[in-house]
Design a protein around this ligand. Structure first.
Ligand code: FES
Length: 196
């Protein structure tokens, strides 16, 4: 579900639980844990930290929290949603922010070749301490709830405020021949804290 329709951070969705789990990892010093089980509403969610390969590659479809492939009409202008690689949706580095803006809104250092039809995609893992970047301000600024790092999705997800040391990594995306959003490679840079 698109975030402009319903704020996922106020729901009991599985991905909210993942966000909470990741936040716990970030602030709780549990980064060496290989997996994390989060009991919530009678269910258990696991963020796998064992997978160390590329989470995206050329031809991997983006899917929503229900594992449905994402069409270009999924988001209204200015909205964003969380998507995942169809092949590895449950790994810790998989959560990805998909944003839609007017194509003319994007500026450097956004890699425009990585955008399609006003859509850009960035890692959702905060580069400060690994929480999920799960909130958004009225102007579209992405906000990490842990220590309030802010990122501009129309400027390559550069840091505009807060303690994060670098931008969220951008994912190259395109439209597949059958009309879905699809990666054309892996994230451009490191995911989460610790990378260059
Ligand atoms: S983890 Fe500290 S601002 Fe995101």
């Amino acid at each position: 579900m698109a975030d402009n329709e319903h704020d996922p951070d106020s729901t009991e969705s599985g991905w909210q639980r993942r966000d909470i789990a990741k936040a716990a990892l970030g602030v709780g010093g549990l980064s060496t844990v290989l997996s994390l089980t989060v009991p919530a509403t009678g269910m258990t969610e696991v963020l796998s930290r064992e997978f160390t390969g590329a989470v995206y590659a050329d031809g991997i479809y983006l899917v929503d929290e229900d594992r449905n492939r994402v069409r270009p009409g999924a988001l209204e202008m200015g909205a964003r949603m969380t998507v995942f690689p169809e092949t590895h949706p449950g790994v810790a580095d998989a959560p990805t922010l998909l944003v839609r803006n007017e194509e003319s809104a994007y500026a450097e250092p956004t890699n425009l070749a990585f955008t399609v039809a006003g859509y850009a995609a960035y890692s959702k893992v905060c580069t400060h301490a690994g929480c999920m970047v799960a909130e958004v301000e009225e102007d579209g600024t992405l906000v990490c709830p842990c220590h309030f790092a802010k990122y501009d999705p129309t400027a390559g997800a550069e840091v505009t405020d807060g303690p994060a040391p670098r931008a969220l990594s951008q994912l190259p995306i395109t439209l597949s021949s059958d009309g879905f959003l699809m990666a054309t490679g892996n994230f451009e840079g490191a995911i989460g804290p610790g990378g260059e």
